[in-house]
Design a protein around this ligand. Sequence first.
Ligand code: R1P
Ligand code: URA
Length: 291
Amino acid sequence: MIRESELILNPDGSIYHLGLLPQDLAETVITVGDPDRVDQVSRHFDRIELKKENREFRTHTGVYKGKRISVISTGIGPDNIDIVINELDALVNIDFQKRVEKEKPMSLDLIRIGTCGGLQPELELDSLAYSSAALGFDNLLHYYRDKTEVMLAELLKDFEQQTAWGQSGIPLPYAVGSNIELATQLGLSSIQAGITATNVGFYAPQGRSLRLRPTDDRYLDRLKGFSFNGQKILNLEMETAAIYAMAGLLGHRAVSISVVLANRSSGAFSKDAPAAIDKMIRFTLDRLSNI
Ligand code: R1P
Ligand code: URA
Protein backbone atom coordinates (compact mmCIF):
# COMPACT_ATOMS: atom_id res chain seq x y z
CA MET A 1 0.00 0.00 0.00
CA ILE A 2 1.38 3.41 -1.00
CA ARG A 3 1.54 5.67 2.05
CA GLU A 4 -0.29 9.00 2.38
CA SER A 5 3.00 10.89 2.28
CA GLU A 6 3.92 9.34 -1.10
CA LEU A 7 0.60 9.32 -2.96
CA ILE A 8 -0.86 12.58 -1.69
CA LEU A 9 -4.56 13.09 -2.37
CA ASN A 10 -6.56 16.26 -1.78
CA PRO A 11 -9.79 16.18 0.30
CA ASP A 12 -11.84 15.75 -2.90
CA GLY A 13 -9.75 12.69 -3.83
CA SER A 14 -7.76 14.49 -6.55
CA ILE A 15 -3.99 14.11 -7.00
CA TYR A 16 -1.91 16.60 -5.01
CA HIS A 17 -0.45 19.07 -7.55
CA LEU A 18 -2.57 18.56 -10.66
CA GLY A 19 -5.85 18.58 -8.73
CA LEU A 20 -7.30 15.94 -11.08
CA LEU A 21 -9.44 12.85 -10.50
CA PRO A 22 -8.79 9.71 -12.58
CA GLN A 23 -11.93 10.26 -14.68
CA ASP A 24 -10.81 13.82 -15.56
CA LEU A 25 -7.98 12.63 -17.80
CA ALA A 26 -8.11 11.50 -21.45
CA GLU A 27 -5.68 8.87 -22.75
CA THR A 28 -4.21 11.44 -25.14
CA VAL A 29 -2.53 14.30 -23.29
CA ILE A 30 -1.05 17.43 -24.83
CA THR A 31 1.45 19.16 -22.54
CA VAL A 32 2.34 22.83 -22.90
CA GLY A 33 4.52 25.09 -20.75
CA ASP A 34 2.32 28.17 -20.58
CA PRO A 35 -1.06 27.87 -18.76
CA ASP A 36 -2.62 30.34 -21.23
CA ARG A 37 -1.66 28.00 -24.08
CA VAL A 38 -4.13 25.46 -22.61
CA ASP A 39 -6.95 27.83 -23.59
CA GLN A 40 -5.35 28.39 -27.00
CA VAL A 41 -5.50 24.62 -27.59
CA SER A 42 -8.94 23.92 -26.12
CA ARG A 43 -10.61 26.74 -28.04
CA HIS A 44 -10.25 24.46 -31.08
CA PHE A 45 -12.14 21.61 -29.32
CA ASP A 46 -15.68 20.73 -30.40
CA ARG A 47 -16.61 20.74 -26.72
CA ILE A 48 -14.83 21.15 -23.40
CA GLU A 49 -16.03 18.81 -20.66
CA LEU A 50 -13.75 19.92 -17.83
CA LYS A 51 -11.56 22.80 -16.70
CA LYS A 52 -9.42 22.51 -13.57
CA GLU A 53 -6.45 24.50 -12.29
CA ASN A 54 -3.95 24.39 -9.41
CA ARG A 55 -0.71 26.42 -9.28
CA GLU A 56 0.81 26.39 -12.81
CA PHE A 57 -1.08 23.23 -13.75
CA ARG A 58 -4.15 24.11 -15.82
CA THR A 59 -6.07 21.22 -17.43
CA HIS A 60 -8.85 21.23 -20.00
CA THR A 61 -10.35 17.94 -21.21
CA GLY A 62 -12.58 17.88 -24.25
CA VAL A 63 -13.26 16.40 -27.64
CA TYR A 64 -11.60 17.34 -30.93
CA LYS A 65 -13.09 15.74 -34.06
CA GLY A 66 -14.38 12.83 -32.01
CA LYS A 67 -11.15 12.27 -30.06
CA ARG A 68 -11.03 12.85 -26.29
CA ILE A 69 -7.98 14.91 -25.43
CA SER A 70 -6.63 16.51 -22.25
CA VAL A 71 -4.35 19.53 -22.50
CA ILE A 72 -2.31 20.41 -19.42
CA SER A 73 0.24 23.10 -18.63
CA THR A 74 3.43 22.00 -16.94
CA GLY A 75 4.95 25.41 -16.29
CA ILE A 76 8.61 25.80 -17.16
CA GLY A 77 11.30 23.23 -16.68
CA PRO A 78 12.18 19.60 -15.98
CA ASP A 79 11.49 19.75 -12.23
CA ASN A 80 7.81 20.30 -13.03
CA ILE A 81 7.92 17.41 -15.48
CA ASP A 82 8.81 15.04 -12.65
CA ILE A 83 5.58 16.09 -10.91
CA VAL A 84 3.35 16.16 -13.98
CA ILE A 85 4.32 12.82 -15.50
CA ASN A 86 4.33 10.96 -12.16
CA GLU A 87 0.89 12.34 -11.31
CA LEU A 88 -0.55 11.69 -14.81
CA ASP A 89 0.73 8.13 -14.51
CA ALA A 90 -0.76 7.75 -11.02
CA LEU A 91 -4.16 8.88 -12.35
CA VAL A 92 -4.30 5.91 -14.72
CA ASN A 93 -2.09 3.28 -13.09
CA ILE A 94 -2.76 3.54 -9.34
CA ASP A 95 -5.99 2.60 -7.59
CA PHE A 96 -6.55 5.67 -5.39
CA GLN A 97 -8.96 3.83 -3.05
CA LYS A 98 -6.72 0.83 -2.38
CA ARG A 99 -3.47 2.81 -2.84
CA VAL A 100 -1.93 0.03 -4.94
CA GLU A 101 -0.69 -0.23 -8.51
CA LYS A 102 -3.35 -1.48 -10.91
CA GLU A 103 -2.70 -4.92 -12.36
CA LYS A 104 -2.75 -3.95 -16.02
CA PRO A 105 -0.72 -0.82 -16.78
CA MET A 106 -2.25 1.75 -19.12
CA SER A 107 -0.16 3.68 -21.61
CA LEU A 108 -0.88 7.36 -22.25
CA ASP A 109 0.02 9.25 -25.42
CA LEU A 110 1.90 12.39 -24.38
CA ILE A 111 2.50 15.13 -26.93
CA ARG A 112 4.53 18.15 -25.83
CA ILE A 113 3.96 21.26 -27.91
CA GLY A 114 6.31 24.01 -26.86
CA THR A 115 8.49 26.86 -27.98
CA CYS A 116 12.24 26.63 -28.48
CA GLY A 117 15.37 28.35 -29.64
CA GLY A 118 16.86 27.07 -32.90
CA LEU A 119 20.54 26.22 -32.67
CA GLN A 120 21.48 25.59 -36.30
CA PRO A 121 21.61 28.67 -38.57
CA GLU A 122 19.36 27.09 -41.21
CA LEU A 123 16.43 26.65 -38.80
CA GLU A 124 13.75 29.07 -39.97
CA LEU A 125 11.88 31.19 -37.47
CA ASP A 126 8.30 29.94 -36.87
CA SER A 127 9.12 26.49 -38.33
CA LEU A 128 8.25 23.26 -36.50
CA ALA A 129 10.79 20.73 -35.23
CA TYR A 130 10.26 17.20 -33.94
CA SER A 131 12.65 15.93 -31.25
CA SER A 132 13.70 12.43 -32.34
CA ALA A 133 15.98 12.30 -29.29
CA ALA A 134 16.90 14.61 -26.45
CA LEU A 135 19.96 15.39 -24.38
CA GLY A 136 18.96 16.11 -20.80
CA PHE A 137 21.16 18.71 -19.17
CA ASP A 138 18.90 18.46 -16.13
CA ASN A 139 19.69 15.58 -13.77
CA LEU A 140 16.17 14.18 -13.33
CA LEU A 141 16.78 10.76 -14.87
CA HIS A 142 19.71 10.06 -12.54
CA TYR A 143 17.33 9.78 -9.58
CA TYR A 144 15.48 6.83 -11.12
CA ARG A 145 16.90 3.32 -10.76
CA ASP A 146 16.06 1.78 -14.14
CA LYS A 147 17.59 4.64 -16.11
CA THR A 148 19.86 2.48 -18.27
CA GLU A 149 16.75 0.94 -19.86
CA VAL A 150 15.80 4.25 -21.46
CA MET A 151 19.23 5.83 -22.03
CA LEU A 152 20.68 6.05 -25.54
CA ALA A 153 24.21 4.96 -24.63
CA GLU A 154 25.72 5.20 -28.14
CA LEU A 155 24.46 8.72 -28.70
CA LEU A 156 25.85 9.80 -25.36
CA LYS A 157 29.24 8.21 -25.96
CA ASP A 158 29.55 9.97 -29.33
CA PHE A 159 28.43 13.24 -27.76
CA GLU A 160 31.06 13.05 -25.05
CA GLN A 161 33.82 12.29 -27.55
CA GLN A 162 32.88 14.61 -30.42
CA THR A 163 32.33 17.65 -28.21
CA ALA A 164 35.28 17.01 -25.85
CA TRP A 165 32.62 17.56 -23.20
CA GLY A 166 35.08 16.96 -20.36
CA GLN A 167 36.62 20.36 -21.16
CA SER A 168 33.32 22.23 -20.88
CA GLY A 169 33.13 22.29 -17.08
CA ILE A 170 29.45 21.27 -17.30
CA PRO A 171 28.05 17.89 -16.16
CA LEU A 172 27.46 15.35 -18.93
CA PRO A 173 23.79 15.17 -20.03
CA TYR A 174 21.74 11.99 -20.38
CA ALA A 175 20.34 10.90 -23.76
CA VAL A 176 16.82 9.58 -24.37
CA GLY A 177 14.60 8.94 -27.40
CA SER A 178 11.07 9.75 -28.53
CA ASN A 179 8.46 7.05 -29.10
CA ILE A 180 9.01 6.14 -32.77
CA GLU A 181 5.65 4.37 -33.08
CA LEU A 182 3.71 7.46 -31.99
CA ALA A 183 5.88 9.74 -34.15
CA THR A 184 5.16 7.52 -37.16
CA GLN A 185 1.41 7.45 -36.49
CA LEU A 186 1.44 11.25 -36.29
CA GLY A 187 3.46 11.52 -39.52
CA LEU A 188 6.15 13.65 -37.90
CA SER A 189 8.59 12.87 -40.71
CA SER A 190 6.89 15.72 -42.58
CA ILE A 191 8.64 18.26 -40.32
CA GLN A 192 12.35 18.72 -39.60
CA ALA A 193 13.68 16.24 -37.07
CA GLY A 194 16.73 16.19 -34.86
CA ILE A 195 18.12 16.09 -31.38
CA THR A 196 16.86 18.54 -28.78
CA ALA A 197 18.96 19.91 -25.93
CA THR A 198 16.85 20.22 -22.79
CA ASN A 199 18.32 22.78 -20.42
CA VAL A 200 17.74 23.59 -16.74
CA GLY A 201 17.49 27.29 -17.46
CA PHE A 202 16.95 29.85 -20.20
CA TYR A 203 20.05 32.03 -19.83
CA ALA A 204 23.53 30.54 -19.20
CA PRO A 205 22.14 26.99 -19.48
CA GLN A 206 21.14 27.94 -23.05
CA GLY A 207 24.36 29.90 -23.62
CA ARG A 208 22.69 33.32 -23.14
CA SER A 209 24.50 36.17 -21.50
CA LEU A 210 22.82 39.32 -20.15
CA ARG A 211 25.09 40.45 -17.26
CA LEU A 212 26.48 37.03 -16.29
CA ARG A 213 28.90 35.02 -18.42
CA PRO A 214 28.31 31.30 -19.13
CA THR A 215 30.99 28.89 -17.80
CA ASP A 216 32.01 27.66 -21.22
CA ASP A 217 32.49 30.17 -24.07
CA ARG A 218 32.35 27.30 -26.56
CA TYR A 219 29.11 25.79 -25.15
CA LEU A 220 26.80 26.47 -28.11
CA ASP A 221 29.55 25.69 -30.65
CA ARG A 222 30.15 22.32 -29.01
CA LEU A 223 26.41 21.54 -29.31
CA LYS A 224 26.18 22.92 -32.85
CA GLY A 225 28.98 20.73 -34.18
CA PHE A 226 27.64 17.43 -32.84
CA SER A 227 25.92 14.91 -35.09
CA PHE A 228 24.75 11.33 -34.59
CA ASN A 229 23.47 9.11 -37.42
CA GLY A 230 23.17 12.23 -39.57
CA GLN A 231 21.07 14.14 -37.01
CA LYS A 232 22.24 17.37 -35.42
CA ILE A 233 21.14 19.15 -32.28
CA LEU A 234 18.41 21.34 -33.72
CA ASN A 235 17.04 23.23 -30.78
CA LEU A 236 17.15 24.22 -27.12
CA GLU A 237 14.21 24.12 -24.70
CA MET A 238 13.42 22.98 -21.15
CA GLU A 239 11.16 19.89 -20.93
CA THR A 240 11.61 17.33 -23.70
CA ALA A 241 14.36 15.09 -22.26
CA ALA A 242 12.61 14.90 -18.90
CA ILE A 243 9.33 13.94 -20.61
CA TYR A 244 11.02 11.28 -22.74
CA ALA A 245 12.86 9.92 -19.70
CA MET A 246 9.79 9.69 -17.45
CA ALA A 247 7.51 8.39 -20.23
CA GLY A 248 10.09 5.75 -21.13
CA LEU A 249 10.43 4.60 -17.52
CA LEU A 250 6.68 4.47 -16.93
CA GLY A 251 5.68 2.91 -20.27
CA HIS A 252 3.95 5.87 -21.92
CA ARG A 253 4.40 7.04 -25.53
CA ALA A 254 5.82 10.54 -25.85
CA VAL A 255 6.79 12.89 -28.65
CA SER A 256 7.81 16.54 -28.52
CA ILE A 257 7.11 19.17 -31.17
CA SER A 258 8.52 22.68 -30.90
CA VAL A 259 8.07 25.90 -32.79
CA VAL A 260 11.30 27.83 -33.36
CA LEU A 261 10.86 31.31 -31.91
CA ALA A 262 14.52 32.33 -31.60
CA ASN A 263 17.43 31.60 -33.90
CA ARG A 264 20.49 31.47 -31.68
CA SER A 265 22.89 31.64 -34.63
CA SER A 266 21.46 34.74 -36.34
CA GLY A 267 20.19 36.36 -33.14
CA ALA A 268 16.69 36.86 -34.63
CA PHE A 269 13.35 36.37 -32.84
CA SER A 270 9.90 35.60 -34.29
CA LYS A 271 7.93 38.61 -35.48
CA ASP A 272 4.59 36.91 -34.68
CA ALA A 273 5.02 34.27 -31.99
CA PRO A 274 1.26 33.86 -31.24
CA ALA A 275 0.53 33.03 -34.91
CA ALA A 276 3.44 30.58 -35.05
CA ILE A 277 2.25 28.87 -31.86
CA ASP A 278 -1.29 28.60 -33.22
CA LYS A 279 0.09 26.97 -36.39
CA MET A 280 1.79 24.34 -34.20
CA ILE A 281 -1.43 23.77 -32.23
CA ARG A 282 -3.48 23.29 -35.43
CA PHE A 283 -0.85 20.97 -36.91
CA THR A 284 -0.83 18.82 -33.78
CA LEU A 285 -4.61 18.62 -33.36
CA ASP A 286 -5.01 17.76 -37.03
CA ARG A 287 -2.48 14.92 -36.76
CA LEU A 288 -4.01 13.65 -33.51
CA SER A 289 -7.49 13.50 -34.98
CA ASN A 290 -6.22 10.89 -37.47
CA ILE A 291 -4.89 8.34 -34.97
C1 R1P B 1 11.02 29.12 -21.84
O1 R1P B 1 10.64 30.34 -22.35
C2 R1P B 1 9.94 28.08 -21.97
O2 R1P B 1 9.57 27.97 -23.35
C3 R1P B 1 9.71 26.63 -23.81
C4 R1P B 1 10.75 26.06 -22.87
O3 R1P B 1 10.78 24.65 -22.92
C5 R1P B 1 10.40 26.68 -21.55
O4 R1P B 1 9.36 26.02 -20.92
O5 R1P B 1 8.53 25.86 -23.82
P1 R1P B 1 7.03 26.40 -23.55
O6 R1P B 1 6.79 27.48 -24.54
O7 R1P B 1 6.14 25.23 -23.77
O8 R1P B 1 6.99 26.88 -22.12
N1 URA C 1 12.16 28.56 -25.25
C1 URA C 1 13.42 28.24 -24.86
O1 URA C 1 13.61 27.43 -23.95
N2 URA C 1 14.46 28.83 -25.49
C2 URA C 1 14.31 29.74 -26.45
O2 URA C 1 15.30 30.26 -26.96
C3 URA C 1 12.99 30.09 -26.85
C4 URA C 1 11.94 29.48 -26.23
